[in-house]
Ligand binder design. Structure first.
Ligand code: C2E
Ligand code: MG
Ligand code: MG
Ligand code: MG
Length: 283
């Protein structure tokens, strides 16, 4: 009896796992199809200069609307793409899309694209990026690549070599989600990032003493090493005031704009430039 019961439990767990595995396989297949059909889109979120409020760049964020499940977050499908070897193709497609889209924006607005650590594995990323820039005609100075702390953990030398190569092309390299991973401060000795993006968790708690202290320390590091500091996830006026006061150079978050479709961002940037021109005339 006990044996049968135990067998039942084992059997139950197996079925659960089979279902999860089946589900994953299905989603993987759907993702493969979506990539092949070019159905992964980019939404764009503005990043503003902390002192002038002008839009300096827009971050490209991948979007997938599944035919039956609806929108699936990039946190889910990007990791799935990484696990099943699809990120190489997807990453390349998104890079091209971001460059092409940015060509419709004013010249002084850059596009920021997130990279996955896997994209550095083949050691061909710098050449791939150079090729896309040449083919699309986007000025490399208008491209920013965002990498996370986890990137630098494996194959430090190989990664730094590629980052330096990209930088030599005129591309800006940003450290994303800073403070949440396992970044050793010694990376800053070996490679100077153009900007560091403070993770949303610190920004959310900016009024709390401990978070404030961490933010101030990172800003101090940024000022000494000539790195801009971008605050991510700014949602309130109070957060904005505190972050500007503390010395963040750039701000991003729902307060300034949510990620939006590419046509909407084109309109927004057009009106934004027009308002700049008219404020210059009236000034
Ligand atoms: P991330 O690069 O740190 O992007 C910022 C995330 O914060 C985005 O979530 C954005 O929508 C969200 N966000 C922006 N402002 C606010 C705010 O004021 N409040 C709150 N609560 N959230 C805000 P999203 O679009 O879901 O992207 C999640 C992550 O997925 C990204 O984090 C990035 O790591 C990854 N990801 C997105 N697109 C791509 C891509 O094209 N390639 C790669 N490799 N990763 C991507
Ligand atoms: Mg990012
Ligand atoms: Mg981030
Ligand atoms: Mg993130």
């Amino acid at each position: 009896r006990a044996k049968r019961g135990g067998g039942g439990i084992a059997c139950f767990f197996n079925r659960e796992m089979d279902l999860a595995e089946h589900d994953r396989r299905k989603l993987e297949g759907d993702l493969r199809l979506a990539i092949a059909r070019d159905e992964i889109d980019l939404a764009y979120q503005p990043v503003v200069c902390a002192s002038t409020g002008r839009i300096k760049s827009c971050e490209a964020l991948a979007r997938w609307t599944h035919p039956s499940r609806g929108p699936i977050g990039p946190d889910i499908f990007i990791s799935l793409a990484e696990e099943c070897g699809l990120i190489g193709k997807l990453g390349k497609d998104l890079l091209r899309k971001a460059c092409v889209d940015a060509l419709c924006w004013p010249d002084d607005v850059s596009v920021a694209l997130n990279l996955s650590a896997n994209q550095f594995r083949g050691h061909t990323l710098p050449q791939q990026v150079a090729k896309v820039l040449a083919e699309t005609g986007l000025n490399p100075r208008r491209l920013q690549l965002e990498v996370t702390e986890s990137l630098v953990i494996t194959d430090v030398e190989g990664t730094l070599r590629q980052l330096r190569d990209l930088r030599a092309q005129g591309i800006q390299i940003l450290m994303d989600d800073f403070g949440t991973g396992y970044c050793s401060l010694s990376y800053f000795q070996q490679f100077c990032f153009d900007k560091v993006k403070l993770d949303r968790s610190f920004v959310r708690d900016v009024a709390v003493r401990e978070s404030r202290a961490i933010i101030e320390a990172v800003i101090g590091l940024g000022q000494k090493l000539d790195m801009g500091i971008v605050a991510e996830g700014v949602e309130t006026e109070q957060q904005m005031r505190l972050l500007v006061e503390t010395g963040c150079t750039h701000l991003q978050g729902y307060l300034f704009g949510r990620p939006m479709p590419k046509d909407t961002i084109v309109d927004l940037l057009r009106n934004h430039s027009a308002s700049q021109a008219s404020s210059r005339i009236t000034a």
